[in-house]
Design a protein around this ligand. Sequence first.
Ligand SMILES: [Zn+2]
Length: 463
Amino acid sequence: MRRVQLLSLICLSLACGEDSELAFGERARPDHAPVLILAVDGLEWDEALPLLREDELPTLAKLMAAGRFGRLRSMKPTLSPIIWTTVATGKSPPKHGILGFGKTDGPGGPVVSVFNNLDRRTKAFWEILSDRRLRVAVIGWWLTYPADPVNGLMVAQVNTLEQAEAGGTNRIKGGVVAGLSNQVHPPDREPEILSIHDRVSESLSLRLREILGQSTAAESKLERKLWSDSRWAIRADATYLEIARACDPRSFDVVALYLGGTDVVGHRFWRYTHPNAFVDPPDAEAIQSFGDLVPDYYRYVDRELGRLIEAYGEPVTVMVVSDHGMRATNTQLIWDPNGESAPVSGGHVDAPPGLVIVSGPGIRRPQTPVPLEELEASSLPFVGSVADVTPTLLAHLGVPVGRDMEGEVWWSVIERSADEAAVVPTHDDRAWKRNREQRRAEGIIIPAQDGRLEQLRALGYIE
Ligand SMILES: [Zn+2]
């Protein structure tokens, strides 16, 4: 009851946001349904299936019933900058150039700076599609700062500490940052984006209650810390979702949206969701407070995806992809509820694979639908690997695949036939490379870089 009231309150308070549609002219393919790529960090079948069986992820269930789904092979190491760049390029790290969080001064040398968008050595799908005059909106994708001059909209994920408001220090993912240029393309749309960010920030407490119900009552120092280490990611997701909802679907051929909260709350609260996996589980009260946080976040993602599809008001081809699953980590640790540190209890080293669901116009319908009760995470078929997403997207849109891409097209998933497949040797033309060189030479400002390097070192992400 309480949750229903809160929900309607939030819908009311956000109604003003629905007016400010981000329009960017007309789609290049008005006869083609827009494609929505929902990139969800750490979303996985072991968590999703029990909820699907209880009808608690109705949007995903509907997409699964009408489309194709399965496991998605990931890669090692499971570091977000690397994997999400592979997803966006169809290429492995040696080809795309993003090798982790931090850049070293020569092989084996010390880390001197963080990787940024300009370190990418090959085109991402948003550039390939822009070249073909398709309209794209890319929101919050990893390593997109400084934003690329796409044909449409790009809102970069800026990885910074935002020192002024850094309540938590375990921040790995980024968000929208007030007062920083080059994070939105075209730059004249930056005020609109920042106003969405401000609106989300102002209503964050209300939103958190909507997403997580009562599971925010932190008692111990440890839980307060875990919670403050998660809040910012939830705010980033809420901002990205709001921006995606404001995108006029008549303006975009492809909308790509990244959400990181599933991974962030998974890292922090796995021990509360899966206490039996730990020699030192939380007490009953703490489990009562936080035990539902991970499933609540899955419900939130599902609900928001449903809202997004509904807001677009027309058939949408949806691709839900994740980079890896999650598992219990630090299971032998004795946790100090009043200690200074708040170690993670969920991780993705040797974790289950990622998840993929593809559904909508242009996607094959299931041959023989299998009831949800009969699905087992460990026996779901592999649809392919993270490197296949971009080639498959291009093929679905009738855009040639680069022969230099390592991923493969899921011909058994898309309706288009392999006979129609068009290829080009590469999409990386000389003009694009020259332009990247030039942008690199101009230099970019990485906000609070020293602090960020220090943080990544403290977390063991770089040496
Ligand atoms: Zn993670």
